[in-house]
Design a binder for this molecule. Structure first.
Ligand code: AMP
Ligand code: MN
Ligand code: MN
Length: 361
């Protein structure tokens, strides 16, 4: 196990930009600070985070957006591709007033900032805004980041994109207030699994301490973000977990455990797709398997797949090979076909990933 969330000690991923691996240079930070300090208060600034946003995507984007407002920017918009609905757990986040639906986002912004997106494909149709804006600043922490955009603040050693966002706010002399802190805390808590994963370094706890010192209430925030769901979702989880399959021989004998949730499951329990996100945390508890997966149906033949590993397999390699991305221990991709088709592809890639790891060692 390693405390390197991006697994940057292993070989390059397909499409990975080698300059990303060592984190932002002084020149990268200086370029970002110059771009933001020289900003006219009426410049149109567009913040974009990845599709199907999680706590890090929304939290780092909105926290930074609030910081920009404190800096004097009057025209700050935040957005993400796809349906504009914010998942229920995030509907009390500070800075939500900055959010606009993707179709209403500035078409020719003066500056774009991207949050928590490893590749342009995670920005959907909003990717056209990058071509028009000069410059586009990318804040991210995926080792699989492709190096898109103009100014790269990509640190694969950072536990969350909000770590990068906080550093940039500090360099811009924007003090933390409770609103900014709550957003950055939600992001940090999400990506460290509530400070349980190996990415939880002393620096992560020091950052959490700075955020908590603004007076935010961690118990209340955690209950809202992680520990609240509709009764229908509790019963839906029961159905989905009940059909979990364990394949002890898969992943070279390290074991693979997986399940799937269909659109019919959601409809039967009258639930929104976001309620499926915590399922992977129940599945990955399985002692007999190193690798876990949850397939979440998004269309007749389309599945959003979450993969997790306890360390034997670098699942970001599996996800990248199947058109997605992520980190060594947490990755995902969008799969086509039936659930069985998608699982067969994962099985095959798990073996390939292990073979490649053996060849490297
Ligand atoms: P999730 O399972 O959705 O929590 O995602 C785990 C990790 O994989 C996160 O770092 C995501 O950014 C990444 N990820 C998930 N789905 C995709 C995808 N379709 N393409 C690229 N990266 C993804
Ligand atoms: Mn994310
Ligand atoms: Mn993240």
């Amino acid at each position: 196990m390693t405390d390197d969330p991006g697994g940057s000690t292993s070989g390059l991923l397909a499409g990975e930009d080698p300059s990303i691996r060592s984190g932002p240079t002084d020149a990268d930070w200086a370029a970002a600070v110059d771009a933001l300090r020289g900003l006219d208060p009426d410049a149109r600034v567009l913040l974009i985070c990845h599709v199907n946003p999680d706590g890090d995507a929304l939290g780092s984007m909105l926290g930074f957006g609030l910081g920009l407002c404190r800096l004097g920017s009057r025209r700050v918009q935040a957005t993400f591709p796809g349906p504009p609905e914010v998942p229920e757990p995030f509907r009390d986040l500070p800075g939500l007033e900055l959010l606009v639906p993707a179709v209403e986002a500035y078409h020719d912004p003066d500056l774009v900032l991207c949050f928590d997106a490893a590749s342009e494909s995670r920005l959907g149709d909003l990717v056209d805004r990058l071509a028009l804006a000069a410059p586009a600043v990318v804040l991210d922490h995926h080792a699989s980041n492709t190096g898109f955009g103009d100014i790269h603040l990509v640190d694969p050693r950072a536990a969350a994109t909000s770590v990068v966002a906080e550093e940039l706010l500090t360099r811009l002399d924007v003090p933390l207030d409770a609103g900014i802190a709550e957003c950055l805390y939600v992001a940090l808590a999400t990506d460290t699994g509530s400070f349980r994963f190996d990415a939880t370094t002393p620096d992560v706890h020091r950052m959490a301490a700075r955020l908590l010192a603004t007076g935010i209430r961690p118990g209340e925030i955690s209950r809202r973000i992680f520990d609240t769901r509709p009764f229908g979702a509790v019963r839906l989880h029961g159905d989905v977990l009940n059909r979990t399959r364990l394949e002890p021989a898969a992943a070279g004998g390290h074991g693979f455990v997986w399940t799937y949730a269909t659109l019919a499951d959601l409809a039967r329990h009258d639930q929104q797709p976001y309620v499926l996100e915590p399922l992977i945390d129940s599945v990955r508890c399985t002692a007999e398997a190193d690798v876990s997966g949850v397939l979440k149906q998004i269309a007749e033949d389309g599945w959003a797949v979450s993969l997790r590993s306890k360390g034997a397999v670098d699942v970001s390699r599996v996800a990248v090979a199947l058109g997605g991305g992520g980190h060594r221990f947490a990755a995902g991709f969008t799969g086509r076909g039936t659930a069985q088709d998608v699982v067969a592809r994962i099985r095959a890639e798990l073996d390939t990933a292990l073979l490649r790891a053996v060849e490297r060692d």
